[in-house]
Design a protein around this ligand. Structure first.
Ligand SMILES: Cc1cc2nc3c(=O)[nH]c(=O)nc-3n(C[C@H](O)[C@H](O)[C@H](O)COP(=O)(O)OP(=O)(O)OC[C@H]3O[C@@H](n4cnc5c(N)ncnc54)[C@H](O)[C@@H]3O)c2cc1C
Length: 398
């Protein structure tokens, strides 16, 4: 016998919780079902690096960060924009601060206080929450779950799928849901690493530089450019600067780094042409160009043998080829591209082939850099799908 609900949300991450709040606010019975033993584990992980909720910048520029998916996401983000994200977090009792780059964080730089307040609020508004309920697809028209009490079935008038992408599977987002949707004829855009570090097989002399930050450079791959920071790690290069150009690296574009983006080539050449006396080339570079330890290490690693001619050396410094072994594996990416194609969804985020079933969050095929763009779009699509489900419940037959 199946249990009957107005609405169920499958996946207790930020997109799913947002959708549940909207449905409950409209007065419907709503149940959130989550596979893991606690809700929103990836959100909690995001909290370990401070929980960058959104970015305080002009909306036009903010929307551009969604690339090709801007056209699909714009309306939803305009309806729940960075200012709304901040108001929402403040309404949950969180004090926020905006860093010098516009990134917005909770003052305590973690996710658990926000999540606790959010779950309490959902509970107070009547949302029921069940843990360790893993969705396994359908049996006829009922939703099928693996639960601590064995297999269970649920019949719901409206369903929100908010199952996440396909990275950090141990936190719950394993992408296995794709099979269930494909079984019902829904197309799938293959998952790809987004915001992933780079694998580099360093030579032995790089070991002392592990942990060294690389600042003040410009990474370039295809038509993408990024001034973001990176860190040299034992496995390669990590950090926002690399994540931002990861989409074109993934497509096979060559990666290079301009070690002195604020100095024109001619100026670098002029400085390198100054007499260096008895100074070694390394010291000459350090003094004339003020390259820090991290940038010097990259130059030695990727530029050797360094040309003696100042013009040739300046050209290497301005476009140093970064030799790498590709992106870190999918499961280690901060987020993933791919998932449910936009063509499968209508304007309310409902699956066109499965009326009453809506999708939200990272499981839809879009990508964006780190910087608060990911969570903002997850919250905005969760809210949008929740509102769509609410309208569907009021008027199920179109
Ligand atoms: C280390 C790290 C740091 C990050 N930092 C930031 C940041 O600072 N700012 C930012 O904007 N973004 C950040 N992100 C990205 C952000 O956390 C995600 O984009 C966001 O959590 C996705 O939300 P979601 O609700 O779509 O999916 P998820 O948060 O992945 O939630 C999906 C939920 O669905 C559940 N689920 C999956 N399959 C099933 C099933 N079959 N049955 C039942 N439940 C299921 C999962 O267990 C999971 O709880 C970070 C990510 C990582 C890994």
């Amino acid at each position: 016998m199946a249990e009957h609900w107005d609405a169920v949300v499958i996946g207790g991450g930020p997109a799913g919780l947002m959708a549940a709040g909207e449905i409950a606010a409209a007065g419907h019975r709503c149940l959130v079902l989550e596979a893991k033993p606690s809700m929103a584990r990836k959100l909690l992980m995001a909290g370990k690096s401070g929980l960058n909720l959104t970015k305080d910048e002009p909306l036009e520029g903010f929307l551009d960060h969604y690339g090709a998916a801007r056209v699909n996401l714009e309306q939803m983000i305009r309806a729940f924009d960075p200012a709304e994200v901040q108001r929402w977090a403040q309404a949950l009792g969180r004090e926020l601060f905006t860093g010098s780059t516009g990134r917005v964080f909770p003052r305590e730089m973690k996710a658990s206080p926000l999540l606790r307040a959010w779950l309490r609020e959902l509970q107070a508004s009547g949302v029921e929450q069940r843990l360790r309920w893993r969705w396994q697809g359908w049996r006829e028209s009922n939703l099928l779950f693996e639960t601590p009490d064995g297999r269970q079935e649920i019949a719901a008038k409206a369903v929100i799928l908010a199952l996440g992408g396909a990275s950090w599977a141990r936190l719950g987002s394993d992408g296995l849901w794709a099979e269930h949707l494909q079984g019902r004829g829904i197309a799938h855009a293959p998952f790809k690493s987004a915001n992933a570090g780079l694998l580099v097989e360093w030579s032995a002399h790089m070991a002392p530089h592990f942990g060294e930050p690389i600042k003040g450079v410009e990474w370039q791959a295809g038509d993408l450019r990024s001034r973001g920071e990176a860190v040299i790690s034992a496995r390669g290069l990590e950090g926002g600067g690399i994540y931002s150009i990861c989409a074109t690296v993934r497509e096979g574009e060559a990666l290079s780094v301009d070690l002195l983006p604020d100095l024109p080539l001619e100026e670098v050449q002029k400085r390198l042409s100054r007499p260096r006396g008895k100074a070694s080339l390394a010291n000459h570079l350090r003094k004339s160009l003020k390259l820090g330890a991290g940038r010097m290490a990259l130059l030695q690693e990727f530029g050797r043998p360094l040309p003696k001619d100042p013009a040739a050396l300046a050209a290497v410094i301005k476009a140093l080829p970064v030799k790498h072994a590709g992106l870190r594996p999918l499961d280690e990416a901060i987020s993933t591209a791919g998932g449910v194609p936009w063509a499968e969804l209508d304007g309310a985020l409902m699956l066109k082939r499965l009326p009453g079933i809506f999708c939200a969050g990272e499981m839809i095929d879009w990508e964006a850099p780190t910087g608060g763009y990911l969570l903002t779009a997850c919250l905005a699509t969760g809210r949008w799908a929740g509102q769509g489900a609410t309208r569907f419940l009021a008027e199920p037959v179109s």
